[in-house]
Design a protein. Structure first.
Length: 408
């Protein structure tokens, strides 16, 4: 079990937070649930109660700030707006991402695609599951959601990689207060990638019969109570849906498999009772959320615990830290598929920006984990390769190499 270190906040490094952040987060939380961390240039919130307070209060802690770099690349969207504009952008997507709609539209497709991916690796007895199953499944499902099912998955990943790199470069440049030559080049590549994605999505909208056609269609024809979005607005929101739907879902699947395969007793419970797969996914989300932090910006001076927040300060909520707050989760560093309150985790955030795609992400992760455990006998980690999660913002194993028995 990680122990709380005595490292003060001003000595925390990015390497600490990218590698195994949990001991550092525990130490910071024990000192104060919100503390200024110079390397981040932000207040880091690690306590569960304060994390919920920040995520719930979009009026005081907003995403609508120039430092929120996603909007610089793809334009305003539900991810980067608050208040009435946020509700207008998110509203048309609410019904299609409800649990019943996701099940009706995408459950059979997700099961079929997962089965296809597992069949492709089944005879080999070994694979790297992030690239063989988790990533391809996330890409293909999001392509289906957005009406890009005919597009080559490799092309979609190229667009995705370009947009992600540009968002990260914009964020780094904002932190430095200027754009370096390398960041400018990456941003240009991201703009080009987004332009190609946008062109494909405009074709999807023009063809009709898709989610994006629904959210942009005339109100009289759209099966939605909300006013339709402009084409450019729908495309911006589709880009952030794709970003979230690929990055975090791939991480969810990989992290859940890693936790199960690293915990023989918990794995035995799930193998004996496959009905525990959803609980295992929830506990994995708590223990290692695929999105480890979310940023907000203070609109006015306020207090968080003993911290005096000034207007304009960045406030970074550590989802990873809040999810291991011992005030809420007993023995917080343990992976326990029978944990009664695992569902209180904040892996999908909280408040007005609660993840729109939570039901879809859960569906994909549950189907992927359940199918792999059912079809690959004695599935186990390959001891010859490291698999510890890494990442400051998005956390997952760089690679998840596994073996299983083929009976050959």
């Amino acid at each position: 079990m990680p122990t709380s270190p005595s490292v003060p906040a001003d000595r925390v490094t990015l390497a600490d937070l990218e590698g195994d952040p949990h001991p550092v987060l525990a130490g910071l939380r024990a000192a104060a649930p919100a503390v200024w961390v110079p390397v981040l240039g932000a207040w880091l919130v690690t306590g569960y109660e304060l994390a919920v307070a920040v995520l719930r209060d979009a009026r005081t802690f907003t995403v609508d700030d120039p430092r929120f770099s996603t909007a610089q690349v793809v334009g305003p969207s539900m991810l980067s707006l608050d208040g009435a504009p946020h509700a207008r952008h998110r509203g048309p997507f609410n019904r299609p991402f409800r649990h019943d709609e996701v099940q009706a539209r995408l459950a059979a497709f997700t099961r079929a695609e997962t089965g296809r991916l597992v069949s492709a690796i089944e005879p080999h007895g070994a694979a790297e599951l992030r690239r063989a199953v988790a990533g391809p499944l996330a890409v293909t499902v999001m392509a289906e959601v957005l009406g890009l099912g005919q597009a080559d998955p490799g092309t979609i990943l190229t667009w995705y990689d370009g947009i992600v790199a540009a968002v990260q470069a914009e964020g780094a440049a904002a932190g430095r207060g200027r754009a370096a030559d390398g960041a400018t080049s990456v941003a240009a590549g991201g703009t080009a990638a987004f332009g190609e994605l946008a062109a494909s999505l405009r074709e999807v909208i023009a063809r009709g019969g898709s989610l994006l056609a629904e959210v942009t269609g005339p109100l009289a024809e759209a099966p939605l109570a909300e006013a339709p979005l402009a084409e450019t607005e729908a495309i911006s929101n589709a880009a952030v849906l794709m970003f979230g739907g690929i990055e975090t879902t791939e991480g969810m699947i990989a992290n859940a498999l890693l936790h199960l395969l690293s915990s023989p007793a918990q794995l035995a419970l799930v193998l004996a009772d496959p009905g525990l797969v959803p609980a295992a996914v929830e506990e994995s989300l708590r223990l290692e959320p695929a999105a480890a932090v979310v940023d907000r910006y203070a609109t006015a001076g306020t207090r968080l615990g003993s911290a005096e927040i000034r207007a304009g300060d960045q406030v970074t909520v550590s989802i990873a830290g809040a999810n291991r707050d011992p005030a809420v989760f007993a023995d917080p560093d343990a992976f326990d598929v029978r944990r009664s309150n695992a569902g209180r985790h904040l892996a999908f955030a909280h408040g007005p920006h609660f993840c729109l795609g939570a039901h879809l992400a859960r569906l994909e992760a549950q189907v992927a984990v359940g199918t792999l455990l059912a079809r690959l006998p004695r599935l186990r980690l390959d001891p010859g390769y490291p698999s510890a999660p890494r990442g400051l913002v998005f956390r997952k194993p760089p690679a998840l190499r596994v073996r299983w028995d083929t009976g050959a």
